[in-house]
Write a protein that binds this ligand. Structure first.
Ligand code: GUN
Length: 276
């Protein structure tokens, strides 16, 4: 069984991106907007800053209190949109309940939307390709490509239909000539779908959700989940049983997570190259 090492791939990508950054006329700049102090967000933001340092991107965190009103946040974004020294903008999620994630995503200039959450960037995926793909789906596709896993003709079964993982990864897999099934919490006889798949991608946010009886022998399993169970970080895959039956599996931590951060850096370099 091949345990796919997302950290090692991410490191190799940082090395390549650092060389691309050297070719640019000025240092790329990423602005991370943080509202309030969500505990998990703190850790994610630290990871993003560390990755930016490795690549040579200047990452600036702009922190706002929980009381910020939506219009104030939109004004901040509008200023960053116009600032030519800023190449990429992300708003760390989740946001407090009074702020609308959809409106905020829409406010970021498309060409600086390095999270790939803008509806026009997501919508363009439906028709052809987009310059800035959402980071987790882009990270999964990059991981499969770098592992030499060809998708043409393969059956990819996705569990989860979120706007930032399930739906866009389905479109990218389709572009790569896979046959795609999208399953979700209301799917009847889920195991009948997953058992057919060459590649199963799980993004449901439930610890140990995918068990060995749900896959066929030799399947490739991509675990997008990040759950805390008894103080430990675990994915959506029941690792002990699935690792006995799959031919390849991404671990949690150290699989898809590092690739998501690497793709944020990749998108920032794309945005900076494009702006210059
Ligand atoms: N919160 C958890 N994951 C993400 C992500 O990929 N981007 C942003 N902006 N917030 C997140």
């Amino acid at each position: 069984m091949n345990i796919i090492d997302g950290r090692a791939h991410a490191q190799a990508i940082y090395h390549d991106l650092a060389q691309q950054v050297q070719q640019l006329k000025r240092q790329p700049k990423l602005v991370i907007i943080q509202v309030a102090n969500h505990q998990a967000s703190e850790a994610y933001i630290r990871g993003k800053i560390k990755a930016a340092e490795a690549v040579g991107i200047y990452a600036e965190v702009q922190n706002f209190p929980e009381s910020i009103e939506q219009n104030q946040l939109l004004t901040v974004i509008a200023q960053l949109n116009e600032d030519r020294t800023v190449d990429g903008i992300i708003v760390q999620l989740p946001l407090p309940g009074h702020l609308d994630e959809f409106i905020v995503a829409r406010a970021i200039k498309r060409s600086k939307d390095v999270d790939g959450f803008h509806p026009e960037n997501l919508g363009e995926l439906l028709i052809h390709e987009t310059l800035l793909e959402p980071c987790t789906p882009k990270g999964i596709m990059t991981l499969l490509e770098r592992e030499g896993i060809e998708l043409t003709g393969k059956h990819v079964c996705i569990i989860g239909r979120s706007n930032i993982v399930g739906k866009p990864i389905a479109l990218l897999a389709l572009q790569a000539n896979a046959t795609v099934t999208i399953c979700h919490s209301r799917t009847n006889n889920l195991h009948q779908h997953t058992q057919q798949a060459d590649i199963v991608i799980v993004a449901v946010g439930i610890a140990n959700f995918l068990t060995d009886d749900m896959i066929r022998t030799g399947a490739i399993v991509i675990d997008v989940g990040i759950n805390r169970l008894n103080g430990k970080l675990v994915g959506d895959v029941d690792y002990d049983s699935v690792s006995q039956k799959a031919s390849a599996l991404t671990p949690v931590p150290g699989g898809v997570g590092p690739m998501t951060v690497a793709m944020l850096m990749s998108n920032t370099v794309v945005a900076a190259t494009n702006q210059q």
